[in-house]
Design a protein around this ligand. Structure first.
Ligand SMILES: Nc1nc2c(ncn2[C@@H]2O[C@H](COP(=O)(O)OP(=O)(O)OP(=O)(O)O)[C@@H](O)[C@H]2O)c(=O)[nH]1
Ligand SMILES: [Mg+2]
Length: 655
């Protein structure tokens, strides 16, 4: 029998590194338990302490210090900060950032803020720690990141650094996924991913494999009934394979479910039966994605593939890959000249592809600001969302969405974004991972922590970060809200802050998110701005609605490619001729060699579509190998040259 290996079996599907969870066992684990390593006390401890922000750059003077070794010096910088004049803050910040970027020696190493797990139990009992992490990831699939409370930010003293070299990999093995991230330091991507826990790296990107169902096979059957002599052919057709759809599910807000299910395959069609019974249709697969998902065809070797489409609105559905056609049974092959056809087709193979998904949140308003400024608190006050709120930076790891309803049809989608760390534009903290979620917001609400030592400074640092990350983002309209007015410090500083912003032409709002004072004004102002923008957008020329099924249409079109379109290449060393054409390939794949007539039909088609003629013209010789689609054949010159002098084929040795 001929070798009917399909090309799919030959290619080696690539491994998806982004979606595989790797848990490492840590042989050095004991070291951590032995008590040699004692992390410095956390900067922020119990709730209710003054919030510490990390967004503030130390004044320029501090950068001129030869090195920043100990935390004592950092404390020093905090105390000197209030003496820095508030004027020219922006310039100064810019200078210091430039200093940092230009000079290696004076580099304020933000990388030294590392995430540690502070749950004592875990230090004691590490045997099931990996399971713990797994559990967190699991639970976050449903949109709640429960484990976030377990992480605290520590400052790392240089004294500890040696120990850290050992400990680092250990911690990363448990908290972070995969050590491979750290192998190639220096390259941009690696640097970017450094320090970003696995759960965050995957929630907005995924790579999946989708395959439409194969069609069912047709069968050969004949009607056999009492009193019905010579009943005709009655083999039914196979059923169509299942389709692959992509649908927007409004209740999803991350791509985490794809961490666990990477391969999504539609069901194959049922085979045909006797008595002209057709096979059942294969089961469809619906890939559910959150609103704002961008679909790409997976590129090769790190190159990003083409964008197929963006799915923005809940309920949108695209037919991505159509299922394979069912093979015809012999009832369909009955003709006037052949009333007893002993031939049936295989079902057509379903198309398959690797897809890259990327999530960019769709929200009208993005809440930005330094860590711990009260962004999540604000969202919880204005909407029904219940984000995690706690008195330490980076409580929010995944953006939270909330819907603010004013009226029956007046709603506003607000996203609470993770805190912005200085250097985010270079990928520090959660930089790139999250800043791009604000790309789609039409308005930013910038929450400033009024209780920070110098709110103007914090404000400038975050604005600068936005500008550096993306000028487009910085150009978006924004509101400034001064939070925590209930605290005496914040209340005192408010006038200075307001005046300094007024001098720049910005009218800031003030509020106390916790006491729910002033929040309504902010959200009303935000709604007004968004409404105006929406109206302006309405007037813009409407684009034609995109045909979401165009990928499927392309596949169908390719399938319909005429069989007479082919190319022939010759490999003289192995005396092999390759006949390639998608129509022919499909024909070979659907030919069921079990039936006698199939071979005859195959020869006939090759003759009719001109393959034989072309081969002869190119000089094919007796005994040469000819590969058509996935079939390998041997060429024989016909010896009984009849009037048609037809060349004969013989199937090559099957494997
Ligand atoms: N006194 C006072 N405390 C507030 C106010 N708003 C928020 N907080 C407190 O500030 C702390 C941080 O609040 P979050 O809402 O978690 O801050 P966040 O900006 O979301 O922080 P990250 O998600 O870490 O970036 C919590 O302890 C809040 O209770 C306020 O108006 N007054
Ligand atoms: Mg938060």
């Amino acid at each position: 029998r001929p070798n009917t290996n399909t090309s799919r079996n030959r290619t080696n599907p690539k491994r998806v590194s982004t979606n595989t969870t790797r848990r490492r066992q840590n042989p050095n684990r004991r070291q951590l338990k032995s008590g040699e390593f004692r992390p410095p006390p956390p900067i922020t401890t119990a709730a209710g302490d003054t919030a510490t922000t990390y967004t503030r750059l130390p004044p320029k003077d501090d950068f001129v210090l030869p090195s920043l070794h100990s935390s004592a010096e950092i404390t020093l910088s905090e105390s000197t900060i209030s003496t820095t004049p508030a004027k020219n803050l922006r310039q100064e910040l810019k200078d210091s950032v430039d200093d940092v970027e230009n000079s290696e020696n004076l580099r304020f190493d933000y990388g030294k803020f590392e995430l540690y797990e502070v749950n004592d139990d875990d230090f004691e009992d590490d045997s099931d720690e990996d399971d713990d992490v797994g559990g967190e990831i699991e639970s976050s699939r449903s949109g709640v990141f429960e484990g976030s409370g377990k992480f605290e930010l520590y400052e790392v003293n240089d004294d500890f650094e040696d120990e850290f070299d050992d400990v680092d990999s250990e911690m990363e093995g448990s908290i972070f996924e995969g050590g491979d991230v750290f192998e190639g330091e220096g390259s941009d991507i690696k640097e970017k991913e450094k320090g970003v826990p696995a759960v965050m790296r995957c929630f907005d990107r995924a790579k999946i494999f989708v395959k439409a169902g194969d069609g069912g096979n047709g069968v050969v059957a004949f009607r056999r009934e009492k009193f019905v002599p010579l009943g005709g052919p009655s083999g039914g057709d196979g059923g169509r394979g299942g389709n692959v759809y992509v649908e927007v599910d409004g209740s999803m807000n991350s791509l985490l479910p794809f961490r666990k299910s990477v391969h999504l395959k539609a069901g194959r069609g049922g085979h045909g039966h006797g008595k002209k019974q057709f096979g059942a249709k294969g089961e469809d697969v619906v890939v559910k994605v959150p609103p704002g998902t961008v679909l790409r065809e997976a590129g090769e070797g790190g190159i990003q593939g083409d964008v197929l489409f963006e799915l923005l609105h809940p309920g949108q559905r695209a037919l991505l890959l159509p299922g394979g056609r069912g093979g015809r049974g012999n009832a369909s092959f009955k003709t006037g000249s052949n009333r007893v056809p002993k031939i049936a087709e295989n079902g057509e193979e379903g198309a398959e592809m690797w897809l890259e998904l990327e999530l960019k949140l769709v929200a009208d308003v993005g809440i930005v600001g330094a860590p711990n400024a009260g962004k999540s608190t604000f969202l919880s006050v204005i909407s029904a969302a219940q984000p995690a709120i706690a008195n330490y930076p980076f409580t929010t790891l995944l953006p939270n969405l909330g819907v603010v309803s004013f009226d029956y049809d007046a709603t506003l989608v607000v996203a609470d974004l993770p805190g912005l760390l200085e250097g985010a534009h270079r990928g520090f903290g959660l930089g790139h991972e999250f800043l791009r979620h604000s790309e789609r917001c039409s308005l930013l609400v910038h929450v400033v922590d009024g209780s920070s030592p110098q709110p103007e400074y914090e404000y400038e640092a975050v604005r600068l970060e936005l500008e550096m990350f993306s000028p487009e983002l910085a150009e978006k309209p924004f509101l400034v809200v001064y939070n925590k007015m209930d605290l005496p410090d914040a209340y005192e500083n408010w006038k200075t802050f307001r005046d300094s912003l007024r001098s720049r032409g910005i009218e800031p709002f003030c509020m106390s998110a916790v006491k729910r004072e002033g929040t309504h004004e902010v959200i009303c102002a935000a709604y007004e701005l968004v409404r105006r923008k929406r109206e302006a957008a309405k007037e813009e020329v409407r684009m034609d609605p995109v045909n979401l099924n165009y990928v499927a249409d392309m596949v169908k079109k390719q399938r319909a490619a005429p069989i007479s379109e082919f190319e022939i290449t010759h490999d003289s060393s192995s005396k092999t001729w390759y006949v390639q054409g998608s129509g022919l390939q499909r024909f070979v794949q659907m030919t069921n060699w079990r039936y006698m007539d199939s071979d005859r039909r195959f020869q006939h088609v090759l003759e009719a579509c001109g393959v034989n003629k072309s081969l002869l013209k190119l000089g094919v010789k007796e005994g040469d190998t000819v590969v058509v689609g996935d079939m390998e054949l041997v060429w024989h010159d016909s010896d009984n040259s009849g009037p048609t002098s037809r060349k004969k084929w013989a199937a090559g040795p099957s494997q």
